[in-house]
Design a protein around this ligand. Structure first.
Ligand SMILES: [Fe+2]
Ligand SMILES: [Fe+2]
Length: 345
């Protein structure tokens, strides 16, 4: 079957019949009976999808759900529509194509289906260069030992639906966190901070995620360790083991573990207690939040606001600055007139 639609080409009210990867499938109970929520994707992006089936025939929904294997490619025969400002796919009659199971992925071209805006090769080189740039040998040895042991770090996603949720997302997010950490420390006057331990902490803060995902089909599935232990506790184990392997202990190891343990900031336990730990927490938040806002804004048109499902609050897209003429305001008419901006909630 030749691919005619890509995620990027699908528009509101399109009737779509094409091949896409299914991931994050979950079965739910709705007013009309059971339905499936999932994400469909190809190399150009991803989209939310609901599989309703026909007139609450729950057994057909269950059969389809049982036939879904995360990361595999299915024939998606449905209707695209905008819901809460976001384009999504709805499948009714096409449910039987899902129930027939996945297309043999060895017959497919991975380049058509693997979604990853990240440049894995370059990100890996940049991260290894940052690790090599850590001045104190003990910290550098720990970080380099971890990267030599966990190659998966450079390919797994950073999450399953929030920020950097694509192949290579963890490395890309980590790279940003190191850059923000360095910028915060450089930009802050009158505060003494240990750059080496902050950079090592930024590089290691999410390292536990390297063991939380497994490649499956054209995507990554979440392993039980992720929902049973989260990613901080496996990260602590990884750093401790690497430190033991290279024979490093003492204050540097203690501070590095404190940064990994507390990088969720106010929401963690314990909370950060050093300048370096707070810096990594803020850098982590900045990287995650900016990607979530950008992703929520992606489908809006200039001058449009809506409820952002990732930031769980309103987001707004201003027109491009190039559309301003001779200093005239580029504010949308809605705001100039004092009326409410259009929100999809
Ligand atoms: Fe984290
Ligand atoms: Fe993070």
């Amino acid at each position: 079957m030749e691919k005619k639609f890509t995620i990027q080409s699908v528009a509101d009210r399109d009737s779509v019949d094409d091949l896409f990867v299914i991931s994050n499938a979950d079965i739910r109970e709705g007013k009309r009976g059971q339905y499936i929520t999932c994400t469909i994707s190809d190399a150009t992006g991803e989209m939310a999808c609901k599989i309703w089936g026909v007139n609450g025939q729950n057994e057909r929904v269950q059969i389809a759900y049982d036939a879904i294997c995360d990361g595999m490619v299915y024939r998606i025969d449905g209707q695209a529509s905008v819901y809460n400002g976001e384009l999504q796919m709805s499948i009714n009659d096409g449910i039987d194509h899902i129930a027939h199971g996945p297309v043999d992925h060895f017959l497919l071209e991975p380049g058509d289906f693997v979604f990853s805006p990240a440049n894995c090769t370059k990100n890996r080189e940049d991260i290894l260069r940052m690790a090599a740039g850590i001045g104190r040998q003990g910290l550098r040895d720990i970080v380099e030992r971890v990267f030599a042991t966990y190659d998966s770090f450079f390919f797994v996603p950073a999450a399953r639906g929030k920020h950097h949720a694509y192949r290579g997302g963890l490395a890309e997010h980590t790279l940003e966190v190191v850059r923000y950490t360095e910028s915060i420390l450089t930009g802050t006057e009158g505060i003494t901070a240990d750059r080496d331990v902050a950079v090592a902490g930024a590089l290691m803060h999410d390292v536990g995620k390297a063991v939380c995902f497994a490649e499956q089909g054209f995507s990554y599935s979440q392993l039980p360790i992720y929902f049973l232990r989260g990613h901080i506790s496996p990260g602590i184990s990884i750093v401790e083991q690497a430190a033991q392997d290279v024979g490093v202990g003492g204050q540097d190891l203690s501070h590095l573990l404190h940064i990994v343990q507390t990088h969720h900031g106010e929401h963690g336990d314990p909370k950060p207690q050093t300048v370096e730990a707070w810096t990594v927490h803020m850098a982590d938040n900045t990287s995650a939040l900016l990607h979530e806002v950008a992703s929520d804004i992606e489908d809006t048109v200039p001058g449009e606001g809506r409820f952002g499902p990732k930031v769980k609050g309103p987001v707004f897209r201003y027109p491009e600055p190039s559309r301003m003429q001779n200093g005239t305001s580029s504010l949308p008419d809605t705001e100039k007139n004092g009326s409410q901006m259009r929100l999809g909630v």
